[in-house]
Design a protein around this ligand. Structure first.
Ligand SMILES: [Zn+2]
Length: 180
């Protein structure tokens, strides 16, 4: 029979050996999903701008208008993290193109490029970061994409809350200007 301290050390060592590779494995899968989500928003941002080039600078009134002419693959509309946790597939996109990504309609290429146009819904990344830690990827008017991730140092970056506040303010100013 092993002495109690030795037994405790062995249990701790076993837990460490099991947990660390498992944690690394899960993290790398989630990391890959995060990269694909960023890539989706880059593609959507480009497609929106290509659409606007064809329609006098106006972005589509609905995200579904990008398919299939500007975005031929329905998985581009799926955040892979949300799709994995909520078991979403291409059929769900056909029913609702904004099932994963929120879209702000009515904007044009002339608008301020600090305005967001398409971005992760609030709970898309919740199972990685938890509901209280807001993590999203977002595309702005103009196509630039930014990741808002609580695990990435935010010392020299704007937080989601700051970017969202600017976005809301600019949208308000815009609606005042367009009123007669
Ligand atoms: Zn996402």
């Amino acid at each position: 029979m092993l002495k109690k301290p030795v037994r405790l050390i062995l249990i701790a060592l076993a837990a460490f050996l099991i947990f660390v590779p498992l944690h690394g494995y899960l993290s790398s899968r989630n990391c890959a999903r995060m990269v694909i989500c960023i890539s989706n928003l880059k593609q959507l941002g480009l497609a929106l701008n290509m659409y606007a080039c064809d329609y006098q600078g106006n972005f589509p009134t609905d995200l579904s208008l990008l398919y299939p002419g500007y975005v031929s693959n329905l998985t581009t509309f799926l955040c892979p993290i949300k799709a994995y946790t909520s078991r979403l597939n291409e059929q769900d996109v056909l029913k609702n193109f904004t099932v994963c990504y929120e879209y702000i309609p009515g904007l044009t290429r002339e608008d301020d490029n600090r305005i967001l146009i398409v971005f992760d819904r609030k709970d898309n990344h919740a199972h990685i970061f938890g509901h209280h830690r807001d993590s999203r990827n977002a595309a702005f008017v103009g196509g630039r994409v930014q990741a808002f991730n609580p695990l990435i140092s935010s010392t020299n970056r704007q937080s989601w809350e700051q970017v969202w506040a600017t976005h809301q303010k600019l949208l308000q100013e815009r609606s005042h200007k367009s009123q007669p």
